[in-house]
Design a protein around this ligand. Structure first.
Ligand SMILES: [Zn+2]
Length: 246
């Protein structure tokens, strides 16, 4: 039985005649699945459905060709041999540099930068603080997402945290609102996870002495921007439909 299952999941790969067994992206909760869909254009979303094992269905996504970079990134993740888990939680397990398993935590705190500033910079008016650059909008801060890579604990340029199960694991904070969960997914999955799969440097270069990783930063920024456009367009066309119906 196993042999049959294994046989059916093995296909001839696109590179020469190398045999490869693609796996997929595995959202662990319905909200994680929604975060994935929310990064995409409305017309591409129907091609992202789950198979009997709860993974993004590979034949279905492969039936669609789209110029959307977020869709192409997701398709690349789905067609790789590694499993990419997506989960929404404030707690996660990781492997540290001493090969021990540890608990990590995420959080997102929503605050208005300008309101906060008025409370501790009492010598200025709100208008003055706004002119000084404090933004009058509610934004999330805190470590609200992480990507754990297989062997990440041994990557000296990384954060010393690796995946515990050999999968790529994307964790999004459960404090994030829907739109920010999609934005964070774009950052983690279409930035860090994608670069790892493409054998590119998946790390932010926090230490400037090592030089920046501009290609990764550009990929993350454009993935987030596309996600914002896709999410906002899908929501506004949704509310138009609702209005017409009532
Ligand atoms: Zn990052």
């Amino acid at each position: 039985m196993y042999a049959i299952l294994l046989y059916t999941t093995l296909v001839w790969g696109p590179i020469g005649n190398a045999l490869y067994a693609p796996d997929s992206v595995l959202p662990l909760t319905p909200a994680a699945y929604q975060a994935i869909r929310h990064t995409l254009r409305a017309k591409d979303q129907p091609f992202v459905v789950l198979d009997a094992h709860g993974r993004v269905d590979r034949p279905a996504i492969n039936r669609q060709t789209s110029r959307s970079p977020t869709f192409q990134a997701l398709k690349t993740l789905v067609n790789d041999t590694l499993v990419v888990e997506v989960t929404i939680s404030n707690d996660y397990l990781y492997r540290n540099t001493h090969d021990s398993i540890r608990h990590g935590s995420l959080v997102a705190v929503y605050t208005n930068e300008l309101t906060d500033a008025t409370q501790y910079m009492l010598q200025y008016t709100a208008a003055q603080l706004k002119n000084m650059g404090f933004r009058d909008e509610i934004r999330a801060s805190g470590p609200s997402g992480i990507t754990l890579l297989p062997g990440g604990e041994r990557d000296v340029k990384g954060d010393g945290k690796g995946s515990v199960n050999g999968h790529i694991v994307v964790v999004l904070s459960s404090d994030l609102i829907e739109r920010d969960a999609a934005r964070k997914l774009a950052h983690e999955a279409y930035g860090h996870a994608l670069f790892f799969i493409l054998r590119k440097n998946p790390n932010h270069a926090e230490d400037k002495a090592r030089g920046g990783n501009q290609e990764l930063e550009d990929q993350i920024r454009s993935s987030i921007e596309e996600t914002e456009r896709n999410y906002d367009r899908a929501k506004s066309s949704c509310s138009k439909t609702t209005k017409r119906n009532h």
